[in-house]
Design a binder for this molecule. Structure first.
Ligand code: NOJ
Length: 511
């Protein structure tokens, strides 16, 4: 039972294609690897797949530096293979979401190559070029996101100007105030929407509108990368145009935007009045919430109030390709299991990051194997599929295996009904069967210290969720049948009033 639209009630599974499954033997995951695991994903019970960037790229930022928005990088496969993947995913009722990177291109994109040719190039105004400051040096004090402690400007000797890059020098920022840029990017979206893509995850969408005066960031914030501060009214006009374009297609196409702001964390403005993004990641507010019942209660109450006022629908993310996995952050599988209950029962659209259903930890990556200029290799470790020497991969993977790969492999956990993998599957099934868990109202219930208790209600459908954030057993006076228990215990039986350490349960309350 799925309540419409799919992007509100469903669960979206993020695949980092490089790390999912290699079938070609080059050690980098590919589209064919994803296709071969569609049955697994359907068995798991997710509703949509989001693929991190697969477009042509020199891979300075592993695909977040695009050199052709309308082709698949040969490392991953071909357009034909993508079409086949989409068709086979759709046949299993899985939606397909692609990662679209509109703030910057690769420095090898033909647009930028042309732009840097001369000051009078027809594409000069597609990027942000400025003269040096009067006393020489970059035009303002903005910092790049990586490498750490570097400026967001690179000087181009040939034309004597600086260009802006909020990320690597290989990722020059486009100038979205230029209507030609917007028009070219709209064509890109149409290209993919016409091919049947169901939506886009929009990279650093809050960076699209820039203050035309490019003023310095305030001195007290000047050490923070500009990308975590840029929050301009112009972005909202860009988003309204994108929304109109996407909503012009049939079948509930969707835009989920990455908005990562450290000083102005309220992201609800990016939903507009229901005329901007369909969904927005609320990353700092979730990733930085400590493992503490009061903190999660406060976080969720704040989200509920802010989103209700804005008429917006929240999202939930515990792990992704930019952050240490929550299994690593929380330090134990028991807690990671309890966190999975939160993720799949709190209000909002959950995003799972491939491998969290296996309880994967970040890989420990020795210095000579580090490849990411942003230091994020650990959470991008390859997915182990079986117990063979290369865990099902055709070639030796581009990054080291995560710890305990032997024991966390899909084939092993699939054979073990008590595994975290089966917990995710049961939670996903319980969610799919319950409108209350998908879209119901949320009410916090009083509970002993260290326990978060809440109810989800949609019509006559009700669920009560109890999460023990402590590492001690706790007595909780609640009644109902245990639908899912994070430790697998007593499912189907009446709740006995005690939560074991670091555990969570979903109850169907008694009448
Ligand atoms: C956010 C993406 O999630 C990250 O991986 C990337 O490096 C930056 N945007 C730049 O595109």
């Amino acid at each position: 039972m799925r309540v419409d639209p799919w992007w509100r009630s469903g669960v979206i599974y993020q695949i980092y294609p490089r790390s999912f499954l290699d079938t070609s033997g080059d050690g980098v995951g590919d589209l064919e690897g994803i296709r071969r695991r569609l049955d697994y994903l359907a068995w798991l019970g997710v509703d949509a797949l989001w693929l991190s960037p697969i477009f042509r790229s020199p891979m300075a930022d592993f695909g977040y530096d695009v050199s052709d928005y309308c082709d698949v990088d040969p490392l991953f496969g071909s357009l034909d293979e993508l079409d086949r993947l989409v068709a086979e995913a759709h046949a299993r009722d899985l939606r397909m979401v692609l990662d679209w990177v509109p703030n910057h291109t690769s420095d090898r994109h033909p647009w930028f190559l042309e732009s840097r040719q001369s000051r009078s190039s027809a594409k000069r105004g597609w990027y942000v070029w400025r003269d040096p400051a009067p006393e020489r040096g970059p035009p303002n004090n903005w910092m790049a996101a990586f490498p750490r402690d570097t400026r967001a400007w690179t000087f181009d000797d040939a034309t004597g100007q600086y260009y802006l890059h909020c990320f690597l020098p290989e990722q020059p920022d486009l100038d979205w105030s230029n209507p030609e840029v917007a028009a070219a990017m709209h064509e890109v979206l149409r290209f993919w929407l016409d091919r049947g893509i169901d939506g886009f995850r929009v990279d650093v969408v809050h960076c699209l509108g820039k203050d035309p005066a490019l003023p310095d960031d305030p001195p007290d914030l000047a050490a923070i990368p500009h990308s975590a501060l840029n929050d301009q009214p112009a972005t909202h006009g860009v988003l309204r145009d994108l929304r109109r374009l996407v909503d012009g297609y049939p079948g509930d196409r969707m835009l989920v935007g990455e908005v990562y702001l450290l000083v102005q964390p309220d992201v609800t403005r990016y939903y507009g009045r229901g005329d901007e993004l369909h969904l927005v990641f609320d990353l700092p507010r979730t990733l930085h919430t400590p493992w503490d019942a009061a903190a999660w209660r406060e976080r969720t109450e704040t989200v509920q109030t802010a989103y209700a006022a804005a008429g917006a629908w929240p999202t939930l993310v515990l792990s992704n390709h930019d952050t240490p996995r929550h299994r690593t952050r929380l330090g134990s599988e028991a807690r990671a299991r309890a966190a999975a209950v939160l993720l799949l029962t709190l209000p909002g659209t959950p995003f799972l990051y491939a491998g969290e259903e296996l309880g994967l930890e970040d890989a420990v990556v020795p210095p000579d194997r580090r490849v990411d200029p942003g230091g994020r290799d650990g959470c991008r470790a390859p997915i182990p599929w079986d117990q063979s020497a290369r865990h099902g991969w055709a070639g030796e993977p581009w990054l080291p295996w995560p710890p305990r790969a032997e024991r966390c492999a899909v084939s092993v956990l699939r054979d073990d009904p008590s595994s975290i993998l089966h917990l995710y599957r049961r939670l996903l099934a319980a969610r799919r069967a319950s409108p209350a868990l998908q879209v119901g109202d949320w009410t916090v219930r009083e509970a002993p210290a260290g326990v978060l208790a809440y109810e989800r209600v949609a019509g006559t459908d009700r669920r009560l969720v109890l999460v023990n954030f402590t590492s001690e057993p706790v007595t909780v006076p609640a009644a109902g049948r245990v639908a899912v228990a994070s430790d697998g215990g007593s499912e189907g039986a009446e709740f006995r009033g005690e939560l074991v350490a670091d555990a969570a349960v979903v109850l169907v309350p008694g009448r």
